[in-house]
Design a protein around this ligand. Structure first.
Ligand SMILES: Cc1ncc(COP(=O)(O)O)c(C=O)c1O
Length: 396
């Protein structure tokens, strides 16, 4: 994969190209796939605009290069979870709107306002702290109401009281009103109830004299599945990285991360021989075992031990034995011609010797591990260097 100038290399920042990397394990991030997914989401959401959710290091893809590409693509704004994440983006020169979904903890209120970040508030003490930091100047917030997620947000029953107190805080202005949907990909009835409560919240907010400029509720799944949830803005994360959470959309989106390593050792096992910690796998036949230098220290889910697979020469090789911190073992008996140095793809696509494209995607990994693709992507740790460019992750 060719290198882009804004690549992030955590372990050896002076290295510029994938072929200079010291370890063969790396994540290849396809920024063109992210831009493509952004365009797909924008088209579906329109006339609503897209706030690109890039919290948690852009779901493991590396927040600065991803945010730059999305800003270039014209994203209406970005969402992060933490003030620190927003400040990191400002320091990197990102100038588009940034909404801080979880508000501000600690004493960062002044910094949040000074950096021009838009805080989400759900507690009156937060608004008071922003007002104190603003020192009499006007400031805008997005107000979050809880319509059924029961995590953050002013409960509907307390909204009137909250707004009375809000009205007494000098300078505070509600620019946005938002909620978060709990079951947009799984329960249409519950989603409809949440949206009804959100409508009630809008009436209460207006009755108290506030005129929010924007309303937003939809995540990726809601954007695709619930048109009435789109309002003015949609907050999409996982769809930008290629996972739609809605049936029928898979074909339109392209996974943006490819996790690859290489075979560093090969050995033959006799029938009955155990593999790895606790010997959880025993060879049932004469077995060719390949070792790849990637493990749970890199964020590979240990739950994938004896369940997952990797691609080698376009074929699936099962993960056998327990995944350890730095190393994983594969049964490559059925991979003709396998050799030390061969590429092993943990997720993403790979072309076999016959030219056919094989693929394992993060959803498959997640299913094997009893989790969701979000966790599979976010888990890839900082010791896995990310390389950016258009690449095999999106080729099909
Ligand atoms: C408040 C909020 N909005 C939007 C999103 C984006 O969700 P998704 O990645 O499913 O699009 C998240 C992510 O968890 C979130 O917490």
């Amino acid at each position: 994969m060719t290198a882009a100038p804004d690549q992030t290399l955590v372990l050896r920042p002076r290295l510029q190209r994938a072929d200079e990397a010291l370890r063969p394990t790396r994540a290849e991030i396809d920024l063109e796939a992210i831009a493509h997914n952004y365009r797909v989401v924008s088209e579906v959401a329109g006339p609503a605009k897209v706030l690109a959710v890039v919290k948690a290091d852009a779901y493991g893809h590396g927040v600065v290069p991803v945010a730059r590409r999305l800003q270039q693509e014209g994203a209406r704004g970005l969402c992060v979870a933490l003030a620190e994440e927003g400040l990191e983006l400002r320091e990197a020169g990102i100038h588009t709107d940034i909404v801080v979904l979880n508000g501000a903890y600690g004493h960062a209120h002044g910094e949040v306002l000074a950096a021009g970040l838009t805080p989400v508030v759900y507690d009156i003490a937060q608004v008071e702290a922003f007002a104190a930091a603003a020192g009499g100047r006007a400031f805008g917030v997005h107000l979050k109401v809880d319509t059924g997620m029961a995590r953050l947000g002013v409960p509907l029953a307390e909204l009137g009281r909250f707004l009375e107190r809000f009205g007494a805080i000098p300078g505070a202005r509600i620019d946005g009103l938002m909620t978060h949907l709990a079951c947009a990909d799984s329960d249409d009835g519950f989603t409809a109830e949440q949206l009804q409560r959100f409508t009630r919240a809008q009436h209460v907010v207006r009755a108290h004299g506030h005129r929010p400029k924007v309303l937003h509720a939809a995540n990726s799944a809601a954007t695709f599945r619930h048109p009435s949830s789109r309002y003015d803005l949609v907050r999409c994360g996982i769809a930008l990285f290629g996972f739609p959470n809605a049936p029928g959309v898979e074909a339109a989106l392209r996974p943006a991360m490819r996790l690859r390593s290489e075979v560093v050792a090969l050995r033959w096992l006799e029938p009955g021989a155990p593999v790895g910690y606790d010997g959880t796998f025993r060879a049932a036949r004469r077995t060719l075992l390949a070792t790849i230098p990637v493990g749970y220290g890199d964020g590979l889910m240990r739950m994938g031990s004896n369940r997952g697979a990797a691609l080698l020469r376009g074929r699936r090789a099962p993960i056998v034995g327990n995944i350890s911190m730095d190393l994983t073992t594969l049964d490559v008996t059925d991979v003709p011609g396998v050799a030390v140095g061969d590429e092993a793809v943990l997720f993403g696509s790979q072309r076999g010797p016959d030219g056919e494209l094989a693929r394992i995607d993060a959803t498959e990994v997640a299913e094997a591990c009893g989790t969701i693709p979000y966790e599979v992507l976010c888990a890839i740790s900082r010791r896995v260097p990310r390389f950016y460019g258009p690449g095999p992750a999106s080729r099909s």
